[in-house]
Design a protein around this ligand. Structure first.
Ligand code: 1GP
Length: 238
């Protein structure tokens, strides 16, 4: 699948909204995989993201093989660390955790990943990753040992997104964290979307179809759904 970033940009120009289903290899029940893949095929998803804050599963490659064989959607790695790189994917979100001040997640892991990525054909998409406080501690904050940004501090979130854009990030990802109690505030999505040129991804704590729609209306270009689909494979049927 050629140039995923260009497709995202084209969708933005065309006003087409994108939807990613997030699959965490650790949480997949292997026996249910065919059913899961069928449900993704029947869903409005435009992308599959694969990753998690920590992935212990050794089934990453098997999962990638199954996804590539059985589903005709771009597969994008959404990594918690450099161990989650698979050359079978189409692209990788090359994340910098801009909300935090942990150098490992700002540059160290990227340095470790670069030579690995050079040996693959993965499309590398530089992404400014911004964790927003969500009413509960999420895995991203715990694993990265960073503080999320205050959900009231719109100015700081915007400045962070804009700094990412100035550094050359091609996407900004507003993240409440997987299983967040509260999703990213809609006014925050709007403020960022209106004041950066790059596409805006929003995820974390979106648990119903209205939540997806509201995020789109607020200005999200791509919404990520993890937990809600994990808990209910019929989620998209409503
Ligand atoms: C997490 O944004 C994604 O990185 C999805 O979050 O699991 O809450 O849908 P949920």
């Amino acid at each position: 699948i050629a140039n995923i970033y260009e497709q995202i940009i084209q969708a933005k120009i065309d006003g087409q909204k994108l939807l990613a289903v997030l699959l965490d290899p650790d949480k997949i029940v292997w026996e249910n995989l065919d059913h899961l893949l069928l449900k993704i095929k029947q869903s409005p998803a435009t992308h599959i993201f694969v990753g998690g804050s920590i992935v212990q599963a050794t089934i990453l490659e098997e999962l990638m093989t199954a996804l590539k064989q059985k589903i005709n959607l771009p597969v994008v790695i959404f990594p918690g660390d450099p161990s989650q790189i698979s050359s079978q994917a189409d692209a990788i979100l090359f994340l910098s955790l801009l909300s935090g001040r942990n150098a490992d997640y700002l540059i160290e892991y990227q340095v470790q990943a670069a030579p690995i990525l050079k040996k693959t054909n993965l499309e590398v998409i530089s992404t400014g990753y911004i964790l927003i406080e969500s009413g509960n501690e999420t895995a991203v904050a715990r694993v990265s040992k960073t503080q999320p940004l205050d959900r009231q501090d719109l100015d700081l979130v915007l400045a962070t997104a804009q700094a990412g854009e100035m550094l050359g990030n091609k996407l900004v990802y507003l993240e409440a964290g997987s299983g967040a109690k509260e999703a990213v505030p809609l006014e925050m999505i709007t403020l960022v979307a209106q004041n950066v040129e790059i596409p805006v991804i929003v995820g974390g704590g979106i648990v119903d179809l209205q939540g997806i729609q509201k995020a789109y209306t607020a200005g999200a270009d791509l919404v990520v759904i993890g937990t809600a689909f994990e808990n209910n494979s019929h989620f998209f049927e409503a």
